[in-house]
Design a protein around this ligand. Sequence first.
Ligand SMILES: NC(=O)c1ccc[n+]([C@@H]2O[C@H](COP(=O)([O-])OP(=O)(O)OC[C@H]3O[C@@H](n4cnc5c(N)ncnc54)[C@H](OP(=O)(O)O)[C@@H]3O)[C@@H](O)[C@H]2O)c1
Length: 342
Amino acid sequence: MAALTYQKLVAKQFSPDFQSAIAVETVPMPVPQAGEILIRNKFAGVNAGFDTLLCQGKLPYVHLELPCDLGVEAVGEVVAIGPGVTDWQVGDAVATMGRGGGYREYQQIPAAVGVKIPAAMPELLTLMPTGISALVALEQAGEMGTGETVLVTAAAGGTGHIAVQLAKLAGNHVIGTCGSAAKAQLLQELGCDRVINYRQEDLQTVLQQEYPQGLNVVFDCVGGQVFDCCLEHLAVRGRLVIVGFISEYANNPERVTQPRIHQHLFWKAASVRAFLMPHYAKHMAAARDRLLALFQSGQLRVVIHPTPFRGIASIPAAVNALLAGQTIGKVVVQLDDSLPLE
Ligand SMILES: NC(=O)c1ccc[n+]([C@@H]2O[C@H](COP(=O)([O-])OP(=O)(O)OC[C@H]3O[C@@H](n4cnc5c(N)ncnc54)[C@H](OP(=O)(O)O)[C@@H]3O)[C@@H](O)[C@H]2O)c1
């Protein structure tokens, strides 16, 4: 018998702590209206940084009214079709990337918003939008060329491990930072030319001793003192791309007033650019197609964190694990009980 209700995660109140901001709700199953499709989500991507800042009410570009649905990207299967929809069939695999569409068992969307994919796999989920962010940030914000020295921080994470491979595929010397031996091993397998496990080596010392010409492109996910160090080591005309600042999400960011950074940048004609996907939306479709082709041809490996988080109630644990640096590759939550454990 078809389910009459389903579960979703909602933010009920703003809180510094994700767990105390959220609640699991059981809601009635919707019927797709004209032009809509109903999707059973199979996997959702966990963006713990975004989730935490959202639940703290600290995302300046999102006007949030509570309660609000959570999660962003999902892959699943079309289970019902509204009147007038001709280009989808029940059983089609679909990817979605709308805010509020991820952390729920079912979602109802305008048919035109879904992206057809070959199968509802976590690997394809990772390419959209995590992989898209890596590609667009490197190429558009970072103006990555070839034969350059590219440093990726949090390089074994969901976003970082794709950035590492794209920088290698473009013919660059790639340095990746990470915080464990297992992550260092992965980065070696992915082709990193220099892996820096910051728990064993000092980033500043390695850059000083081994990269006197500096870094042409930095893809920085971490922020804080890592940002400061990368800024100091930019090459002439180097570009530091702020992709995120995950070391600062869980706490109030340190207020730094001195030294100002213009003198670091001016004499090298270097620059700092910030990357935020919504401001680069026009590049998304082309990036998605290229990533799918790279994955399908075996040139791009997608690594999924091996511990399966299963069900809506497991999402806070997944968020905590990611923010604690305990995960490797992309963190996904499995939402469909009918699937075997990974
Ligand atoms: N701008 C955009 O549009 C956009 C899009 C996607 C993601 N992002 C950003 O990209 C970054 C990575 O996101 P993700 O979801 O792919 O996460 P992730 O990289 O899978 O996980 C986070 C990793 O950050 C590293 N990290 C380093 N210092 C840390 C610290 N002090 N506290 C916690 N973690 C620390 C940890 O790895 P190690 O210890 O191994 O370094 C941890 O595993 C985040 O900053 C996120 O906000 C931005």
